[in-house]
Design a protein around this ligand. Structure first.
Ligand code: PMP
Length: 430
């Protein structure tokens, strides 16, 4: 029988260590919020393949749509012979996205590609070069996405030189005393010291920072950026790769603020487990790039577009936006109780939007110093107990919850119980 230990040895011998894996389980099978490894051990999945599975593993509607597509064609290259699932999904997103006026959508495969292309479109539309992003943000591992990412280790160190013209502002974080006024002051300082506003092509922001710690961007920051972008002809890009498709209780995280960006980068949960990303944007902007300037051999795979249509059906037909809100409230209430309990490790800074939730492990119950080593220990313990769980945050200090929105109450309770056990004080952990 193939076991986890053997596979780990083969993995270490055959795969470079640059692609790190959070757990030593090797997947055999998965269903909704459950995952089984090659030894038959069952896990509750609170990671959803890093925010990809808002509709769960192998959602029946997604499986049926992909199966039907498999019997027609799997690939033609949209640039060679176009196909309806791509067009139908673009039409659906154009109608749903919080974009002012008519929208158009182009598809790719990964989140990084979506971000890269959003910047390309913004540069072409403005004929400007500079791009402003935020410290702590994550936008991917390709060169422009890496440059935009606001964290050096492990994402940028040693890979330079990176594309120029990228500037970072502090991202508001109550824990560190950074508020909207400070971020905006940094932007005005940037205009004065480094790059004039009329040289800036785009401002890129995650409506809720993902890898950076599940920090919601304050609505007043988003509104101020919209106003500044309008005043100076800057393209406002929302990176909804992690916050999109119902996770926050609305289809796009930015909807909570009422702000309408010019371009939206989407990926992850859009494809329901198949590789799919896209840029949705104002039609006038999207059409500034001449034919041939955008695309990719696999971009907008028919299988993935069929899956994307099924994901949107599932979100609407199964009321997953409301469900995200209900699950979010339930879990926040639980986390707040845990934060008071002296038999658990100290936790705090419970935060997020809808079901995009995280909390920090703290050094002491009455202080606010984070404890990344404790976070690591809790993740380890959760994994050992049978819970697939991920950390996040600039120092790896936070635990993020990304259970499928389709999770049933019993499995959610089971996962929360495992998390509670993982949080037991080291002395009580057994
Ligand atoms: N943007 C955000 C906000 C993300 O969270 C991620 C992935 N974690 C990306 C971009 C990059 O996506 P991908 O890994 O699919 O390239």
């Amino acid at each position: 029988m193939t076991d986890n230990t053997q596979l780990q040895q083969r993995r270490d011998a055959a795969i470079p260590r640059g692609v790190a894996t959070a757990m030593t389980l090797f997947a055999a099978r998965a269903d909704n919020a459950e995952l089984w490894d090659v030894e038959g051990r069952r896990y509750v999945d609170f990671a959803g393949g890093i925010a990809v599975l808002n509709v769960g593993h192998r959602h029946p509607k997604v499986m049926a749509a992909v199966r039907e597509q498999l019997d027609c064609y799997t690939h033609t290259a949209f640039q060679v012979a176009a196909y309806e699932p791509y067009i139908a999904l673009a039409e659906r997103l154009n109608a749903l996205a919080p974009i002012d006026g008519p929208a158009k959508t182009i598809f790719f495969s990964t989140g990084a590609e979506a971000v890269e292309n959003a910047v390309k479109i913004a540069r072409m539309a403005t004929r400007r070069h500079a791009v402003v992003a935020f410290a702590g943000g994550f936008h991917g591992r390709s060169f422009m996405a890496m440059a935009l990412t606001g964290k050096t280790a492990p994402y940028k160190n040693g890979f330079g030189p990176l594309p120029g013209g990228v500037y970072h502002l502090p991202f508001p974080n109550p824990r560190d005393g950074i508020d909207t006024a400070r971020s905006l002051q940094a932007l005005h300082d940037l205009f004065k010291a480094d790059v004039a506003a009329d040289e800036i092509a785009a401002i890129v922001i995650e409506p809720v920072q993902g890898e950076g710690g599940f920090l919601p961007a304050p609505p007043e920051l988003l509104r101020a950026l919209r106003e500044i972008a309008d005043r100076h002809g800057i393209v406002l890009i929302a990176d909804e790769v992690q916050s999109g498709f119902g996770r926050t209780g609305t289809l796009f995280g930015i909807e909570h603020s009422g702000v309408r960006p010019d371009l939206i980068a989407v990926a992850k949960s859009l494809g329901g487990g198949l590789p799919l990303s896209g840029v949705i944007g104002r039609a006038g902007l999207m059409d500034t790039v001449p034919p041939g300037g955008l695309g990719g051999t696999y971009a907008g795979s028919p299988l993935a577009c069929a899956a994307g249509l099924a994901v949107l059906d599932a979100i609407t037909e199964e009321g997953l936006l409301e469900r995200a809100q209900v699950l979010g409230e339930r879990v926040v209430a639980r986390l707040r109780i845990w934060a008071e309990r002296t038999d658990l490790r100290p936790i705090g800074n419970v935060r997020g939007l809808g079901a995009m939730l995280a909390f920090d492990l703290l050094r002491t119950r009455d202080g606010n110093d984070v404890d990344p080593a404790a976070t690591k220990a809790v993740l380890h313990r959760a994994h050992a107990l049978g819970l697939v769980l991920l950390g996040c945050g600039s120092q790896g200090e936070a635990i993020r919850l990304l259970f499928p929105l389709t999770i049933n109450d019993a499995v959610l309770e089971e996962g929360l119980t495992l998390l509670e056990q993982a949080l037991a004080s080291p002395g009580d952990a057994g």
